[in-house]
Design a binder for this molecule. Structure first.
Ligand code: SF4
Ligand code: SF4
Length: 414
């Protein structure tokens, strides 16, 4: 994007400050540079050439979660997410990185481009987790010696990914949907995706899992690498034939938000982008729109906490669908975790790049869970679910974290 377009968008900010109370990083640091208004001023300075790329400036930009809470409530409709993506791409070539950090970044983004490599790595790590090797390594003191203990503790439970192909309905078919399985989600959320298959086929939908699909591109897009994001999007646009499809459903709202933006991002250059983006639905939204036999679900007396991921609340703006969907389970009550909508700190790769901030932002959520005394938490985004689950474990709480759809699938009557 040309700097002129960014300057035009930054000019829309009237500096009213209404976004400040909604910004989680400003809430923590009380530093204007960590607020949306301050970051917009910095991005304006960079786009006009008035400000050079410096360490302090990069720090303010890097601490932004891209949660888009500011954008959702800005009366001047400043497109903050688009501006931040463009700015990160602009500063990336000038960023001082050590050769090791450059190699790690290339390797990490390379994995997203090559789903087979990602799955091969996940297979090895799954073996490590299941063979008893993990127990041995954790008790050997090796991780502490290599200073790898905090990183290893964040390793999620890895699952066998779903194979490509078509899944038939249990009874007569009423439609057909395609399931987006993603990259990291395909090995950390595969069990949720199996629950989605059970629910959809039971409701009369054939489910396609297209071959050749891969990462949605969100991580690259938000981390200064729009070229890789565009390449990933092109592969998905080729893999998904939208003809005859009722919807393309996604189980991670972070991916869903990126897929839904394909038209805005690539509509001018790819003939399939508009049709593709028009079919994208978060799985909870799609299921909440369907007619269900009243006797399909067994009652579940009790209360579950619901976490609204920023991508579902501020980007897709569909978080209410989760409550409507859970409302189908007889006797179940819901309570919102952090009703102000503040980010939990997961924010894609933020947990890796800003671990201290990510943990500080998660803490109020953990304290609220403790006060609520619930035994179950549902979240529609895999990154948030893993981050919150790690905090729950560290706090010694006995709370299960799962996708809302998995809770529904458990209540299916035979
Ligand atoms: S981003 Fe929007 S809400 Fe925030 S200061 Fe600018 S105009 Fe006001
Ligand atoms: S995207 Fe989130 S963290 Fe970034 S400035 Fe806006 S509210 Fe703050």
């Amino acid at each position: 994007m040309a700097p002129e377009a960014d300057l035009k968008d930054t000019d829309r900010c009237v500096m009213c400050g209404l976004c400040l109370p909604h910004c989680p990083t400003y809430g923590l640091s009380r530093d204007e540079g960590d607020s949306p208004r301050g970051r917009i001023a910095l991005m304006q300075g960079l786009a006009s050439g008035a400000l050079p790329v410096g360490e302090r400036l990069l720090g303010h930009l890097d601490r932004c979660l891209e949660c888009r809470a500011c954008e959702a409530m800005c009366p001047s409709e400043v497109p903050f997410g688009r501006l931040m993506d463009a700015t990160r791409a602009r500063v990336e070539p000038h960023r001082p990185r050590s050769p090791g950090s450059r190699r790690l970044r290339r390797w990490g983004f390379g994995l997203l481009r090559h789903p087979r490599r990602l799955r091969a790595l996940a297979r090895v790590l799954r073996y490590y987790q299941r063979s008893g090797l993990q127990w041995l390594v954790r008790h050997s003191g090796l991780l502490r010696l290599l200073k790898l203990a905090p990183l290893e503790a964040r390793l999620p439970h890895l699952q066998r990914p779903l194979a490509a192909g078509r899944h038939s309905t249990v009874g007569p078919a009423r439609g057909r949907v395609a399931l987006f399985t993603g990259c990291v989600e395909s090995v950390t959320g595969a069990d949720t995706q199996r629950d989605v298959l059970r629910l959809l086929t039971r409701l009369g939908y054939e489910v396609d899992i297209p071959r050749g699909q891969g990462c949605c591109g969100a991580l690259s897009q938000h981390n200064g690498d729009p070229a890789t994001a565009a390449g990933l999007a092109r592969a998905n646009l080729v893999a998904f034939d939208t003809t005859g499809l009722d919807a393309i459903v996604s189980t991670a709202s972070g991916c869903g938000a990126q897929l839904a933006a394909y038209d805005a991002l690539y509509g001018l250059e790819h003939p399939r982008a508009a049709a593709f983006a028009g079919k994208v639905r978060d799985i909870s939204t799609f299921l909440a729109e369907q007619d269900w036999p009243e006797t399909l679900l067994q009652p579940l007396p009790g209360t579950v906490a619901v976490h609204d991921p920023c991508s579902l609340r501020h980007e897709l703006r569909q978080h209410r669908a989760v409550y409507r969907l859970l409302g189908r389970i007889p006797q179940l009550q819901t309570v919102t975790l952090n009703a102000t909508g503040a980010c939990c700190g997961a924010a894609g790769s933020y947990i890796l790049t800003q671990p201290a901030m990510a943990d500080a932002l998660r803490q109020p959520h953990i304290e609220q869970l403790q006060a609520l005394g619930v035994r179950t938490l549902v979240s529609s985004n895999i990154g948030c679910a893993l981050h919150l689950a790690a905090g729950i474990r560290e706090a010694g709480l006995d709370i299960e974290v799962l996708h809302p759809v998995s809770l529904l699938a458990r209540q299916l009557r035979d």
